[in-house]
Design a protein around this ligand. Structure first.
Ligand SMILES: Cc1ncc(COP(=O)(O)O)c(C=O)c1O
Length: 379
């Protein structure tokens, strides 16, 4: 019988150490491994770029919680994304991307891969006809982020998987915002899940990392080959921190969702808030799909304020507990102005975000303190 999510997060790939009985995988701070004669590897490890036991533990655990065949841990989310593009695509190929996505993802497509001849078209992924029209015989990937960063848009993973496959493309889902606890794209037909494990998986704002999980072992093998060939691997200490975070993902996500729902209530009632973007709201255009494919609606909340950019920037400066900073998914609450911060690189592009937008990563502090902080900042 398959084990439950919480059990897998704590135990998959994390058997007690066979030598000492240590219940937590050690940090194997090592680059190379003694061989018993030329080519005689003791336990499959020869050099830590190719594989390292701490990283293996993380890779197996992430794969297990996503229900995949193969997991791979990278130095960052963007390194993981880059590995997908360079493994699946060739110059002249084409990728359909969301018209709302993390600015760094867009920068990777537009400023790095475009110059190597990998073309992309930003499309509203909620509009399946627009996706079909954007696809060409050269389309190798439909790239999905759901919910999106920072507008919390929702895309129908199962419908897009079908569509991508009908056209001979792969469906890649960036599952960073939902986390594997809230959403499992592979079960809905995705081929590859991407994570910035820097966010909810790590969960404590103390490590940068990325992960890929594939549905098919063969694609996992190809990515693993390139992970070693290209070298942007997660180091053992980073892998250990991320694994430590993963163990408590389920309980953290429940609290993130509880707190986010309360924050949404406050924002909805506030006269200076002009709109609240949260997939849990029945009026959210992606609500029904989110309810179908997510366990709950997550800890990220965006909203727009009266008074435009100047007021949005002021609100960000006035919070205390909500720390002004980039990133998300940690136990501590963060606030940011996407237009000038995380999405500044999308300025002037089809992915430019509204200037009066504020994004919250709602942490797991006492909710009354969070609400008081926001009320004060909104005035
Ligand atoms: C949705 C999403 N995907 C990918 C990334 C990139 O991850 P990293 O910063 O770990 O490279 C981020 C970073 O903010 C993100 O929000």
């Amino acid at each position: 019988m398959t084990q439950g999510f919480e059990t897998l997060a704590i135990h998959a790939g994390q058997e007690p150490d066979p030598h000492t009985g240590a219940v937590v995988p050690p940090i194997y701070a090592v680059s190379t491994y003694k061989q018993d004669g030329v080519g005689g590897l003791r336990s499959g490890y020869e050099y830590s770029r190719s594989a390292n036991p701490t990283r293996t533990a993380l890779e197996e655990a992430v794969s297990a919680v996503e229900g995949g065949a193969r997991g791979l841990a990278f130095a960052s989310g963007l390194a993981a994304e880059d590995a997908v593009l360079r493994t699946v695509c060739r110059p002249g190929d084409h990728v359909v991307i969301p018209n709302d996505a993390y600015g760094g993802t867009y920068r990777l497509f537009s400023r790095v891969h475009e110059s190597w001849g990998l073309h992309h078209d930003p499309v509203p992924l909620g509009d399946l006809d627009a996706v079909v029209s954007a696809m060409t015989p050269k389309t190798r990937i439909v790239w999905v982020e759901t919910p999106t960063n920072p507008l919390l848009g929702v895309a129908d993973i199962a419908a897009l998987a079908e569509l991508a496959h009908e056209n001979g493309a792969l469906l890649v889902v960036d599952n960073t915002f939902a986390s594997p606890y809230l959403q499992q794209p592979l079960a809905l037909g995705a081929d590859i899940v991407v994570h910035s494990t820097t966010k909810y998986v790590g969960g404590h704002s103390d490590v940068i990392g990325g992960a890929l999980v594939t549905a098919a072992p063969e694609l996992g093998e190809r990515l693993a080959y390139n992970q070693n060939a290209m070298g942007a691997v997660a180091g053992p200490f980073d892998a250990w921190l991320t694994l430590r975070g993963l163990k408590t993902l389920a309980v953290r996500m429940e609290r993130h969702c509880d707190n986010a729902e309360r924050v949404v209530d406050l924002l909805l009632a506030h006269p200076r808030v002009t709109s609240v973007l949260y997939p849990g709201l029945p009026e959210h255009p992606g609500h029904e799909i989110a309810a179908k494919q997510m366990r709950r609606f997550g800890g990220m909340v965006s909203f727009r304020v009266a008074g435009g950019e100047a007021e949005a920037v002021e609100v960000c400066a006035r919070t205390g507990l909500f720390t002004l900073g980039e990133s998300l998914g940690g136990v501590e609450s963060l606030i940011e102005h996407p237009g000038r911060m995380t999405h500044a690189s999308a300025s002037g592009s089809p992915l430019e975000v509204p200037a009066d937008l504020i994004r919250l990563s709602v942490g797991i502090e006492s909710i009354d303190d969070l609400l008081a902080d926001l009320s004060r900042a909104l005035g």
